[in-house]
Design a protein around this ligand. Structure first.
Ligand SMILES: Nc1ncnc2c1ncn2[C@@H]1O[C@H](COP(=O)(O)OP(=O)(O)OP(=O)(O)O)[C@@H](O)[C@H]1O
Ligand SMILES: [Mg+2]
Length: 395
């Protein structure tokens, strides 16, 4: 397995190198970081493997921010942080930034070996796992301030981008349990199984059962559909939902939720579990009022503004409300606007295909690509060639 070593001085670098090699691991790159040198530029182009990095007190916050961005963008890198701070707060902050192991500085060889072997075991588990990803994916919820604002369309097309453009394992879970229609945005084929097939046999829930109830939309994209009968949906409990989402997150790097705009116990459970909540709104006064109420509710539930991202959908530059007045009225920054493109969006819906396949240059997609790149903390991949797009369209 590859390792990437970043040390604060030459002696520590040699210790890291000899320890890593004593464990039969390959040193892919090894460097000493000068005092004050930013970490972020050194984290580009890492592939799969283990990053061992020293971080001093002075650059702690900057380094953890850089590591958080990198681990979001590249979950296949496990980080061992060598730190001179061992307070509980710092350990929690490091773990939140995606660090797998913290070793006290200066590092003792035994501690390093123990941390390396735990991380190698973790990688081994991922590699041999039948369900692909065994980690802790992110939950990303989409909710409309008012029915019809576009949460299903946005969730479905973001899911396609995450899986097909950014190459991450993703599942879209349709949690509009009564009237779910996400499957129509994803495919023209009917869906046989849905979430209630899991919740009705929750005691048997495992990776195999979840796999058998999801629909494979493309190699990295699954759909877990909503029940086809409203009565069945009513029997699903918040506790069952929690178990399903916890498992989905072990099997996918991103779990996208399309939520019903009515707030009930199930929606609240999903919102609580979400790492990011996209709030979709249209630009008209009744929706602005709803958006304001929703944001107020989320704040009262303790959600920070970094968790909430306001999306103004069907936005028209020459409309009655501009971004500034929406921000003033709702009391939160607009994360992104998405233009109003009825014909293209409607065609994608009617054909059950991602907009990316039908109209890759559409302004709606430009916005969604930006939103996805920012969610994944990663730059946009290079545009696909016409041949690739044509082959996918023909498939
Ligand atoms: N950017 C856009 N431009 C034009 N039309 C759009 C756009 N986004 C969504 N739509 C259309 O708006 C309608 C509502 O979208 P969608 O079903 O995604 O909303 P929703 O919030 O999930 O609604 P519901 O409350 O019914 O679940 C659909 O016909 C969809 O095609
Ligand atoms: Mg919907």
């Amino acid at each position: 397995m590859n390792t990437y070593l970043i040390a604060s001085d030459a002696t520590t670098l040699e210790l890291l190198r000899s320890t890593v090699q004593s464990q039969s691991l390959t040193v892919k790159s090894a460097l000493v970081r000068a005092e004050g040198q930013l970490l972020m530029p050194l984290l580009q182009n890492l592939e799969v493997g283990i990053l061992v990095v020293c971080s001093g007190q002075a650059q702690k916050t900057e380094d953890l921010d850089a590591l958080e961005s990198m681990t979001w963008a590249n979950p296949k890198i496990s980080v061992i942080l060598i730190s001179d701070s061992d307070t509980k707060e710092d350990l929690v902050r490091a773990m939140r930034s995606g660090v797998r192991e913290v070793v006290a500085s200066p590092p003792a060889q035994n501690d390093l070996i123990a941390a390396l072997s735990r991380v190698v075991a973790h990688h081994e588990k991922i590699r041999t796992s039948e369900d692909g990803y065994v980690g802790s994916g992110k939950i990303v919820a989409f909710i409309s301030c008012k029915g019809g604002s576009g949460s299903t369309f946005l969730a479905a097309n973001t899911a396609h981008l995450i899986a097909d453009t950014f190459n991450r394992r993703c599942v879209l879970v349709d949690l509009d349990l009564q009237y779910g229609d996400a499957s129509y945005y994803m495919s023209q084929d009917g869906v046989k199984n849905n979430i209630s097939d899991l919740t009705q046999q929750i005691d048997r829930l495992d990776a195999q059962l979840l796999n058998s109830c999801m629909h494979s939309i493309s190699p990295r994209l699954n759909l877990l559909a909503a029940p086809d009968e409203a009565g069945v949906a009513l029997a699903i409990t918040a506790n069952q939902l929690e178990q399903v989402l916890t498992l989905a997150k072990r099997m996918h790097e991103f779990v996208l939720l399309d939520l019903d705009s009515t707030i009930d116990a199930l929606t609240l459970k999903a919102l609580d579990m979400a790492d990011v909540v996209y709030v979709a709104m249209e630009c008209n006064l009744p929706v602005v009022r709803n958006a304001k109420r929703l944001v107020k509710l989320f704040r009262s539930l303790g959600y920070g503004d970094d968790k909430l991202r306001l999306l103004v959908n069907k936005y028209q530059e020459d409309g009655l409300l501009d971004v500034k007045s929406i921000e003033q009225a709702v009391g939160i920054k607009v994360h992104h606007t998405i233009p109003n493109q009825f014909a293209a969006v409607n065609e994608a819906f009617n054909l059950g295909k991602p907009l990316e396949l039908l109209h890759p240059q559409n302004g709606v997609l430009t916005a969604l690509r930006d939103i996805t790149a920012s969610l994944l903390h990663t730059p946009l991949p290079k545009a696909r060639g016409w041949m690739d797009r044509w082959m996918r369209k023909a498939a």
